[in-house]
Design a protein around this ligand. Structure first.
Ligand code: CU
Length: 129
């Protein structure tokens, strides 16, 4: 069942990319246009209300509370650590920071957004009021 759904997602993504000819946004990540996300990357990274970094075994801080519309700056210390959604049902797929990356994310919806390091599975939470 879940495998079937995964294939469906991949297929839709390929079709969407196939229609993207002649556009000027060749640097835009594919998939961002496909569906609305309540967690939106802010570039350049500025205007943050809070910062989340990490050590070898935890995010610092582990929990952060902000107001709706505010920006969190994620600063991953090195290539061993990232941020990805970690909850069932999954939190917003926009909640992603690459390994070793510094990324600003704006949280446009209230709620609890749980995430984890993809390599070590330690977790963190952004609460948006
Ligand atoms: Cu890690």
């Amino acid at each position: 069942m879940s495998r079937h759904l995964t294939f469906a997602f991949v297929f839709v993504g390929l079709v969407a990319c196939g229609g993207d000819e002649g556009g000027g946004a060749k640097d835009a990540p594919s998939g961002i246009d496909a569906s609305a996300s309540s967690v939106v990357k802010v570039e350049p990274c500025t205007g943050e209300s809070a910062t989340v970094t990490n050590n070898a075994s935890a995010y610092i801080p582990m929990t952060t509370t902000i107001s709706q519309g505010q920006i969190v700056k994620f600063v991953m210390s090195d290539l061993d650590h990232n941020v990805q959604p970690n909850a069932l049902p999954p939190t917003d797929p926009g909640l992603n920071v690459g390994y070793g990356a510094t990324t600003c994310l704006r949280f446009t919806q209230s709620g609890t957004f749980k995430f984890a390091c993809g390599m070590h599975f330690f977790g963190g939470t952004i609460t948006v009021n």
